[in-house]
Design a protein around this ligand. Structure first.
Ligand code: NAD
Ligand code: WQD
Length: 350
């Protein structure tokens, strides 16, 4: 980004925002959108699944260097110190452990990390009079829903994993807190399936753990990191027998965070704790996703049909009318853009 634009952004700062988990996938892409929208950003990340190198990528894209504090938010004392030193206008709380399968085997680690981090963030905000919080929730709070598409009013079902339960509990904690703190404002954002990379291919999805999500599995197979991939079941009651999900492009998702923050800071909300679904409203099957990849990459993917994966929901996709109406948010990209950018990123990072 040219120096002039960086100076402009600095001069016009809309507020100082703490992004927790800023070195992770969604956090780093959101930081780009926040900076380009005029926010001043500070990151906190303990690097358990993130890498500070991603902030160098953010600096290349935006021309702005973002500082990261290596702090474990489950550590109360260091978290409170960060808040007292930082004096933030708002917080976007991404930091969490997110592997569904791992959470089944290590539930206590998930409850400890995800819930203590949230409690300490809220405590830090209260202590420093910081009143605007965005919380990363997930479509996994809906569990196996009978209603499609799901709206924010669709009842949450039993969580399918300890991970999903930490998201339900996180939402509940914030709803209870908001009830007795009318001055505190929060948006609970339920993401569907985030995927893809920034169009520059300078940042994208990378993780300390081998990916298990569909899109990185596809790109890793195409580049040869995996010999083949498995489609988990083609005998479901869907249009082609494979499961249906709502894949949301990462920069569309990032944009929703900036809009939600504007909404809170400008006091536009009708209640001090609001929930928003963030998906495209379009269900895409696993086989359709694979064909979209093959089309944009001109590659034939080596896949086979395998058994169903335990715990998979058959179909889920969002009704995002509320985000459209209240935030003016509309996803602008589809599964082909997701696959194109994910593929570019896979080839660049090697
Ligand atoms: P990610 O793992 O890439 O990023 C999370 C970051 O938080 C990592 O960099 C990690 O090092 C950091 N972190 C974790 N625990 C921490 C702690 N105690 N203290 C400080 N830093 C800590 O994950 P992501 O995909 O960017 O997800 C961000 C958020 O969105 C998470 O809350 C996740 O549960 C939620 N979410 C993700 C998806 C998805 O498919 N990626 C879908 C729905 C919801
Ligand atoms: C998508 C579809 C698989 C890999 C997870 C979490 C959810 C949320 C988003 C955080 C499914 C199929 C996958 C493969 C396949 N995350 N698949 N072969 O399970 O919808 O959601 O990420 O909040 O909580 O559960 O995403 O990308 O793993 O799977 O056939 O090798 O792709 O069966 O139908 P999922 P996913």
């Amino acid at each position: 980004m040219p120096v002039v634009r960086a100076l402009y952004i600095f001069a016009m700062s809309k507020g100082k925002i703490l992004v927790t988990g800023g070195c992770g996938y969604i956090g780093s892409h959101t930081i780009v959108d926040l900076i380009e929208s005029g926010y001043d950003v500070v990151s906190v990340d303990n690097l358990s699944n993130g890498d500070e190198a991603v902030l160098e990528g953010v600096a290349k894209i935006t021309g702005v260097a973002v500082e990261n504090h290596i702090i474990d938010l489950a550590d109360r004392v260091s978290t409170l110190r960060l808040f007292h030193e930082g004096q933030f206008d708002g917080v976007i709380h991404f930091a969490a452990l997110k592997l569904v399968g791992e959470s089944v085997h290590q539930p206590i680690q998930y409850f400890h990390n995800n819930l203590n981090s949230l409690l300490h963030v809220v405590e830090g905000m209260e202590a420093t009079n910081c009143r605007n919080l965005i919380f990363s929730s997930s479509c996994s709070v809906y569990g196996n829903s009978d209603e499609l598409p799901v709206t924010e009013q669709t009842p949450r079902q039993q969580a399918e994993s300890p991970y999903a339960r930490t998201k339900q509990m996180g939402e509940d904690i914030l709803m209870d807190y908001c009830r007795v703190h009318p001055e505190f404002k929060t948006a609970l954002l339920r993401y569907f399936n985030p995927a893809g990379a920034h169009s520059s291919a300078i940042i994208g999805e990378s993780s300390s753990n081998p990916p298990s999500n569909l899109v990185p599995v596809i790109t890793e197979t195409a580049i040869g990191k995996r010999q083949e991939m498995t489609v988990f079941g083609d005998d479901y009651n869907t249009r082609d027998g494979s499961c249906v999900r709502d894949y949301i492009y990462i920069m569309d998702l990032a944009r929703a965070h900036t809009l939600a923050l504007d909404y809170l800071i400008q006091d536009q909300q009708t209640s001090n704790c609001e929930i928003f679904n963030l998906g495209t409203g379009n269900g895409v099957s696993v086989l359709e996703a694979i064909h979209a990849f093959e089309m944009v990459s001109s590659q034939k993917l080596n896949y086979r049909i395998g058994a169903r994966r335990m715990g998979d929901v058959v179909s889920i996709y969002a009704n995002y009318d509320k985000a459209a109406e209240a935030l003016g948010w509309h996803p602008e990209h589809d599964i082909k853009d997701i696959m194109r950018t994910a593929w570019e990123w896979e080839q660049v990072r090697g």
